[in-house]
Write a protein of this length. Sequence first.
Length: 453
Amino acid sequence: MRTGTARCLLGVLSPLLMTTTPLAAAPTAEARRPSALATAEQLAAERTLLRLVGDPQVKALQASLAAELAGGPLADSPDAKSQVHRAVRLWTNALILREYTAGLARPAIAWTPDDTPHTWFGHTIEGMATAGDNPDHIYRYAALDGSARYVIDGWIAQGHRPVQFSFESTHGTPAIFGAGRSSGSADMGDQIGMLTDRDIEVDGDGHFRLTVGGPGGGRNHLPLSPGPVSLNVRDVFSDWNQRPIRLTIDRVDGGRARRIGYSELRQRVLNDLSTFVRTWSSFKVNWLGGIKPNTVVGPVGRSGGWGYIAGGRFSLAPGEALQITTSRGPAAYTGVQVTDPWIVAPDGSRHLTSLNISQAKPDSDGSYTYILSPQDPGVANWIDSAGLRNGYVLLRWQQLPPEATADGLLKDYKVIRLADGLPQGLVKVTPEQRAAQMAEHRSQYANRLAPPD
């Protein structure tokens, strides 16, 4: 992050961030934001989050929920029990950011979730999780009134355009959503409308405008439906030198939401946290119809037709690893990531928990073989499980031609013994090369917090 720009922004925001009761935040000039994610609302929300997670009643509820999960049937492995407290903390953080955003008088778009910690503007956020949050995606959220009308303006950083981006409207409140999801669905369900970059008309300067809700049509219109609506935004990176799109949202029908204060926000979090945690802790039960250990389901299509996903589960004995072989096919983006048994990703700033198409190395025959293991197997395409022997793996193919199918995308998924040797044709790495790979991984992740060059 550029120090001068960061200090300038922090100076502008300091009075806002130090306040104890307001939830509304005055917007800061676009040019003064070092990152598309560093909005005034985002930073104020994160300061409020840190205050709330220190609240004794919130902490007590977190402990109670973690104990309930640890003693229940969903904690079906030692790794599930060991990771449950972290999962509850990250779910709490995601809920707080959603509740905060929903409580603003003016609409705002919040960055949540992201399972990797980030440090900026004098504070650190451990992470904010739902399930299967992809390190190659920037996920953002806004709470909308389905009977209202909005305008979203977007600015794409020239030379740093995401490989794919989308806007999705779904039914739901900050804590309750996806009630219409079928057991075999890859997504949360309850979709109202979907726009991807292929639908959206963008001008020569990288600017676009969307109309949201109300009467309308055409390429740049996203429909809503009466009642609480969630706006879900995804930027997809095939290369971590890409940047998130700068976004603003305004309500244009003359209506205005009621602004809530800190005490009401605190009570909403206390009221909704149990529902939110139970929703996401049980997500794995029916996801893709339920996945048995050391099996994989998919690839299956994403709701709205924007790609394919496969979900696998692993349960490894000492000395075992998971071998996954894929084809890129016609996809502009592919990615493989590991998660813990709660489908929450380990800390990607300290582990190679994922590899996308720009980070992975092809086999000698042009396919891609990944070795998922708690120990480093000495190959370039290592997916580091961060010591976990139980968890899930997600494989994604996105930005494919409309006529593309899932045929041939997933070639193999099996448990192997490392002592028996690895397949021929894999790219090997030395310990020094691994250290350099990890350093580059950390450095490139930080790009999403920095301004475009």
